[in-house]
Design a protein around this ligand. Structure first.
Ligand code: SAM
Length: 236
């Protein structure tokens, strides 16, 4: 069992959260940690190269993404076992949260090797906190299925959940997802559509779902979105 201060161990995996838009949100500890790593595993090496350049950090990187996670996870953990410090970052936000990371973390836990969190930005928690919807109880659904039938099935399952639902959605599907949310939960359900958090066009649309389904369907939407859906009967 792992417990106590894991940061003093020689070889470790560092889960380093990176900005979801505003580079100023990269913590001093994130920078220090990345600078002292032997290797940084990243989702897209080109995206991370830009961040490392901005931070003035010169450390080798390696690709660690959904397609190669199964093969790369044990390789990275072998290196940690040999005493190396490996940083793990994703393109934005907290690694392993709707991003690659779970497999390498699990492998470290299986081998009883330290996993050190370097917390920071996360789109889901940030959107929830500023939404005005209940934060004491929430369910993180991540990305819903791509097709409407699958999305509706998942939503129906959580119709009576007594807290907020947190959903990631892409610009390509956000209008369709809003339509499905209205169909399943009804027009009066309160929603917060958090767009481009910490970026230039940051916007929070908050109100009854029915106020947003048509406007979102009628225009070409841009940006990144988190949807926070309030519990049944919740009034803002
Ligand atoms: N690991 C990331 C995190 O900690 O938030 C999430 C990665 S997931 C692949 C990307 C999704 O997160 C986007 O499609 C969007 O739903 C959400 N997201 C990321 N950055 C965002 C931002 N600045 N504003 C709104 N949503 C964002």
């Amino acid at each position: 069992m792992n417990s106590g201060d894991e940061s003093s161990a020689t070889g470790s995996l560092y889960l380093v959260a990176t900005p979801i838009g505003n580079l100023g949100d990269c913590s001093p500890r994130a920078k220090e940690t990345l600078a002292t790593c032997d290797l940084i595993a990243c989702e897209d090496t080109r995206v991370t190269a830009k961040l490392l350049f901005h931070l003035g950090v010169k450390v080798p990187t390696t690709s660690y993404r959904e397609e190669n996670e199964r093969r790369k996870a044990p390789e990275l953990v072998d290196r940690i076992e040999r005493g190396e410090k490996i940083g793990l970052v994703s393109d934005a936000g907290f690694p392993a949260i709707s991003d690659p990371g779970f497999r390498v973390v699990r492998e470290c836990r299986r081998r009883n090797l330290p996993v050190v969190p370097v917390p920071g930005p996360n789109a889901a928690i940030t959107a929830l906190a500023v939404s005005g919807l209940p934060t004491d109880k929430f369910l993180y659904l991540g990305f819903l299925p791509n097709k409407s039938a699958g999305r509706c099935r998942v939503l129906e399952q959580w119709n009576d959940f007594p807290g907020s639902l947190v959903i990631y959605e892409s610009k390509y599907r956000v209008a369709k997802a809003l339509a499905d949310i209205e169909n399943v939960f009804g027009p009066a359900r309160i929603i917060c559509i958090a767009r481009e958090i910490t970026k230039m066009h940051e916007t929070f649309y908050i109100g009854k779902i029915t106020d947003f389904t048509i406007p979102f369907a009628e225009k070409k939407v841009k940006g990144e979105f988190v949807l926070i859906v309030g519990p049944a009967g919740y009034v803002l």
